[in-house]
Design a protein. Structure first.
Length: 340
């Protein structure tokens, strides 16, 4: 099994202020929460595993522990910058789990709002955006479905567009994604991720056609690495700054991937399927907020300490066994600088 990989040490600055002041840096993040389900049966979706009598014996105690773990992680992401102004999340069952999450003691001080729409995904998992209401004001939101011509019965997560204003200074557009998995094999499933890439490109292209300086952040669990066909050929995200022109996209996760820094491990292979991709307008801004850097949050408590899974994310379940961990993904985030 994959042994501990010490590729990116992230120290938590315990003496740093909890909240950044308005008019300073802004952090935008993404985190796959790995099956944040409540304990109630929803007859419209396939949530039977996550019930007290289900395969995972998903009791209220385990649910509350999951909320505590997820809220702890979110509260510590980029703590030195005041935490995420906005954070996209995936693999959440419904709005109720988000309301429970932001009401935890760890997240109450952040005064977080929620943008969420129910998706047609058969398991019932959705994407959403959480945001600090004191720093981010939502002015528009809309879900976009992903459909495939060759499989009209295919159902997956919608893509969520949220437009908002940071610190009453600058407008950004955030597109939260959770692209179809590689279930059935990479080759067989690739057309579904290509369809998702095309939807995402349509959204971002529309925003940039209306405003060539539009500041866009495409985030999510894309289930493909930064060099995959879906991202390079269809979303057309460039991996190098010098290659990015007006109305084009830059993928800062490409360099992290090429440097061997990962956010997810599958069959002992390190991956960067959790990504934040930005627009030319955010990369080359001359006023407001401008892209600074991209990072993966790799606190030591998120990783398995010993055994055959040493060094990889400590999950809630592994091999059907309850571990009481966090997620099989690590959070990713970007830092935006305010041009003064």
């Amino acid at each position: 099994m994959l042994k501990k990989i010490t590729l990116l040490a992230l120290s938590l600055l315990m003496m740093a202020p909890l909240f950044a002041q308005k008019g300073q840096n802004a952090v935008i993040a993404f985190y796959n929460l790995e099956n944040l389900f409540d304990t109630e049966n929803d007859p419209l979706i396939n949530d039977e595993q996550f019930l007290p009598e289900g395969d995972y014996q998903w009791t209220e105690e385990r649910y509350q522990h999951k909320l505590e773990n997820m809220s702890k992680v979110i509260s510590l992401i980029a703590k030195e910058y005041g935490g995420p102004v906005a954070i996209g999340v995936s693999e959440i069952e419904n709005r109720r789990v988000l309301e429970d999450l932001v009401a935890t003691d760890n997240l109450k001080p952040f005064n977080m709002g929620i943008v969420h729409y129910d998706s047609p995904d058969r398991r019932g998992v959705d994407v959403a955006l959480l945001y600090q209401k004191d720093r981010f004001r939502v002015i528009y939101s809309h879900p976009y479905p992903v459909v495939t011509e060759d499989d009209p019965d295919f159902r997956t997560r919608d893509q969520l567009l949220v437009t908002g204003i940071i610190d009453e200074i600058d407008t950004v557009n955030i597109i939260v994604n959770h692209w179809p998995s590689k279930l059935g094999g990479e080759k067989r499933s690739m057309p579904k991720r290509i369809a998702a890439a095309q939807v995402c490109k349509h959204i971002s292209d529309s925003l940039m056609q209306a405003n060539s300086g539009a500041k866009i952040l495409i985030m999510g669990d894309l289930n493909d690495n930064p060099d995959a066909k879906s991202i390079v050929s269809y979303l057309q995200a460039k991996g190098k700054v010098k290659d990015v022109g007006v109305n084009q996209l830059f993928n800062p996760m490409y360099k992290l991937y090429m440097d061997g820094i990962w956010s997810y491990v599958y069959r002992d292979e390190p991956n960067v399927i959790d990504q934040i991709i930005i627009s030319y307008g955010l990369l080359n801004a001359t006023k407001g907020f401008k892209y600074n850097s991209a990072r993966i949050f790799r606190a030591s408590f998120l990783l398995t300490k010993s055994g055959s899974y040493e060094g990889i994310p400590l999950r809630t379940f592994a091999g059907g066994n309850y571990l009481g961990g966090y997620s099989d993904h690590l959070p990713v985030y970007v830092i935006l600088d305010l041009i003064k």
